[in-house]
Design a protein around this ligand. Structure first.
Ligand code: KG4
Ligand code: ZN
Length: 346
């Protein structure tokens, strides 16, 4: 069983972990939320600097918690795309250097493939084919998983990602950053039927709607208009009701498209990954809808939904098992489609 040490620094979490295939031996995350909170979002340069400060201690702690030294490690992995380039570079450079110094193979990992592999940590028996709903701060995609590194994108957002919509709506309600967890918590005390909000349908030229693609910018604008109207009428903002109604609209939109896509493609298992997979309304809606249709749905535990290095290590262990290792010249890239992950092992 391959033991992989992985580093994740694509955005605002510095993370290091060790897995043995699909078993987590250590998983450390240093959140930067306190650093970015006062700016209302991630400041890339501050993220890079904070990664530089934290990464060394986290790697040492990952080895210590796992009770291992370098002789037991089979490979070193790092996220190399997509993400903030300056932030990615910190983890990528650390991983390449450690691979070189300790004479271990290096495995570059696509961040979204990491989110996809989070489901294997809680459900090690999961096997393709299945459908993965990937919902993070930067991406919203329906991915047909045919095998390791073999992905087809069947649906995606045309504008804002689901997590981005949560963050923007939280900002316009004056709730702070990151918006997803704050809205989720507030929504518990609100009425999801208080306001009727659009589900972000994409019209097709010949009529009807795209079955799998979505839009979240219209939903965000609808919340903005609602807030403006209530303010103009001098009504105190019913923040919990707005949060609950917004969250329910996102959950309904994602659930409808995901179930339609799974049924159309004969995929009886759905996995969910990315920070928005932690959302309680999405979990409830999708679980209920999938059960009704006789489909199985897998949600990783909350700490594997948001950014972490265990998921990166898990994806790397699979690539390593298949003989996929990367050159030390693999670059950090801000954008890279998940369909091109095999280019990292050429
Ligand atoms: O996957 P992730 O940690 O980082 C990216 O790869 O983007 O996702 C972060 C996103 C943020 O937009 C955050 O607001 C959202 O996930 N998020 C949530 C929840 N927890 C995190 N959105 C809705 N409900 C949550 N409970
Ligand atoms: Zn992520």
């Amino acid at each position: 069983m391959a033991k992989i040490l992985a580093i994740e620094t694509s955005c605002d979490e510095t993370a290091a972990a060790i897995v043995s295939d699909r078993q987590v031996l250590s998983n450390l995350v240093a959140s930067q939320i306190a650093t970015h909170q006062k700016y209302g979002g991630v400041v890339p340069e501050l993220a890079s600097r904070q990664h530089v400060t934290s990464i060394g201690q986290l790697i040492a702690a990952a080895l210590e918690v796992a009770g291992l030294d370098w002789s037991a490690i089979d490979g070193v992995a790092a996220t190399c795309a997509p993400g903030l380039v300056g932030a990615l570079l910190v983890g990528l450079t650390a991983a390449k250097t450690l691979a070189l110094v300790h004479n271990k193979p290096f495995i570059g990992i696509h961040h979204l493939e990491g989110h996809l592999y989070a489901s294997y940590l809680s459900n090690p028996e999961l096997t393709p084919p299945y459908l993965c709903l990937l919902v993070s701060g930067g991406h919203t995609s329906l991915i047909q998983v045919r095998g390791c590194g073999d992905y087809a994108v069947l649906g995606q957002t045309r504008d804002d990602a689901a997590g981005e919509a949560f963050d923007k709506v939280a900002r316009l309600l004056g709730l702070g950053y990151p918006g997803g967890p704050i809205i989720d918590k507030l929504a518990l005390g609100g009425n999801p039927d208080a306001f009727s909000l659009p589900e972000g349908n994409i019209s097709l030229p010949g009529g009807g709607f795209h079955p799998y693609d979505s839009s979240f910018s219209g939903l965000k604008t609808a919340v903005l208009r609602l807030v403006e109207r209530l303010r103009a009428e001098d009504i105190e903002l019913p923040v919990a009701d707005i949060a609950a109604s917004f969250q329910a609209a996102v959950a309904r939109s994602l659930t409808r498209r995901t179930l339609r896509c799974a049924l159309d493609h004969n995929l009886s298992t759905i996995s969910v990954g990315g920070g928005v997979a932690a959302n309680s309304a999405l979990r409830q809606h999708l679980q209920a809808g999938a059960s009704q249709q006789g489909l199985r749905v897998i949600f990783p535990p909350l700490n594997y939904c948001t950014d972490n290095a265990a998921m990166i290590a898990c994806a790397a262990a699979e690539h390593f098992r298949l003989g996929h290792t990367s050159s030390l010249s693999v670059a950090a890239q801000s954008k890279m489609p998940i369909t091109q992950v095999m280019a990292l092992y050429a």
